[in-house]
Ligand binder design. Structure first.
Ligand SMILES: [Zn+2]
Length: 185
């Protein structure tokens, strides 16, 4: 059975996809200063060596008490996987990296672009990950909007929300503004 997890639902969970990048450490630093809720970084290598290049950033994430989730190694289209094993191999590259480097067992998964098919569902099920969706996708454009507060207010639910952000320059620049808004809602 797939555990479709809408987790920590009584408050805000911040999830940050596509890192680690050169911006991750600053994002972590800002979270440490201005936020004490749940955070999950959904990491990927993108097939360009991102994981090895920014190992230090992952160390900072774990040291700060945040979770790491699997966002696939290659972050590529579902059509590139011909069978369950090929999708599983991709996931296991991230899994093994975290286990070997940090002795860390990944529990959470988020699919690139939020898309899944039978192959990926079966692979994720075999690895016993919890699939994490989101309730609020805060785009780079929204982050920069002067009326971010009412955007969040209008789309938040009473029982809490899972915010989706991306590990990039825009989030690095504006996450403090977002965290300050969250304190006032
Ligand atoms: Zn992604």
């Amino acid at each position: 059975m797939i555990n479709l997890l809408l987790l920590f639902c009584l408050n805000v969970t911040i999830t940050i996809d596509d890192g680690p990048t050169k911006y991750t450490e600053n994002i972590v630093k800002t979270l440490n200063q201005s936020y004490n809720g749940n955070v999950i970084f959904f990491i990927t290598d993108r097939g360009v060596g991102q994981l090895n290049k920014y190992t230090n950033a992952i160390k900072e994430i774990l040291y700060s008490g945040y979770e790491i989730g699997n966002h696939t190694f290659n972050h590529t289209s579902l059509s590139n996987y011909s069978c369950i094993e090929s999708y599983k191999d991709d996931l296991l590259k991230v899994d093994n990296y975290m286990r070997q480097r940090f002795n860390y067992d990944i529990k959470y998964f988020r699919s690139p672009y939020g898309r899944m098919n039978n192959i990926s569902i079966m692979a994720v099920e075999e690895l016993d990950y919890n699939i994490v969706g989101w309730t609020l996708d805060i785009s780079d454009k929204m982050l920069q909007d002067s009326d971010l507060k009412s955007i969040i207010k209008n789309s938040s639910r009473n029982d809490g929300c899972i915010i989706l952000l991306h590990d990039n320059a825009c989030t690095s620049k504006y996450i403090e503004k977002l965290l300050n808004i969250l304190k006032t809602i």
